[in-house]
Design a protein around this ligand. Sequence first.
Ligand SMILES: Nc1ncnc2c1ncn2[C@@H]1O[C@H](COP(=O)(O)OP(=O)(O)OP(=O)(O)O)[C@@H](O)[C@H]1O
Ligand SMILES: [Mg+2]
Length: 238
Amino acid sequence: MDKTMHAIEVENLTKIYGKGETAVTAIADATFQVKPGELVAILGPSGSGKTTLLTSIGLINEPTHGKVVIDGTTVADEGWLPGIDLKRLRREKLGFIFQHHNLIPFLTALENVMVALEINNLPKNEAKNRATELLAALNLGHRLTNYPMALSGGEAQRVAIARALANKPKVILADEPTAALDTVNGKNVMALLKKLAVGNNSAILVVTHDHRMVEGFDRIFHVSDGRIADETNNLGEE
Ligand SMILES: Nc1ncnc2c1ncn2[C@@H]1O[C@H](COP(=O)(O)OP(=O)(O)OP(=O)(O)O)[C@@H](O)[C@H]1O
Ligand SMILES: [Mg+2]
């Protein structure tokens, strides 16, 4: 494998919703690369295009223009590449974490994580071992048999992190993962997320409104009206 390969490559990415007079350009001509293991925070006001950026990279939202390459596979070039298996790529290469945990309510914490592994064909006993280990690493060893309803917000969000990271995805996309938590829990969840991502050499893009959460990130992207300024590059130019 090419050692210089980026986890994410985006070239002139543009996402326009709608057509004609009501068209909204949510992402305008974004170009950047993210390396494996890099932690990138995305800051910006409401409506600036942060979620659109994540979903356009995350194989959920078809880019209108430009190129998206995930772990060396070109997925979009002026729209989805013909014949691309979006579902499989999402399952194998990406991990998603949202503001609300989206856990399956009738499965326990352990089962919620096991599902993510079994869907990628890991045998049940191996899935169980790996899910148990992962939950223990997230300080949830004592919550394996709890249902989501019986977990605190911070606990549920840590289960969601375990689920998203279970397959060691090359790319983790998190949209305000700490927004529903208080500061202490939020910082705790963010620290665990960073530690596991770095351990797996996963690239991570985290959208956050909260400046206190970006401590220890390698780069910060500021999004404003669909345009992305990379603070790291700006610092380099000074
Ligand atoms: N499905 C959609 N159809 C039409 N316009 C959309 C759609 N999704 C988002 N938009 C518009 O695109 C722009 C960017 O929205 P986006 O959700 O990416 O912003 P955001 O930065 O994530 O905001 P927030 O911080 O409120 O979550 C906004 O003007 C929004 O109204
Ligand atoms: Mg958003």
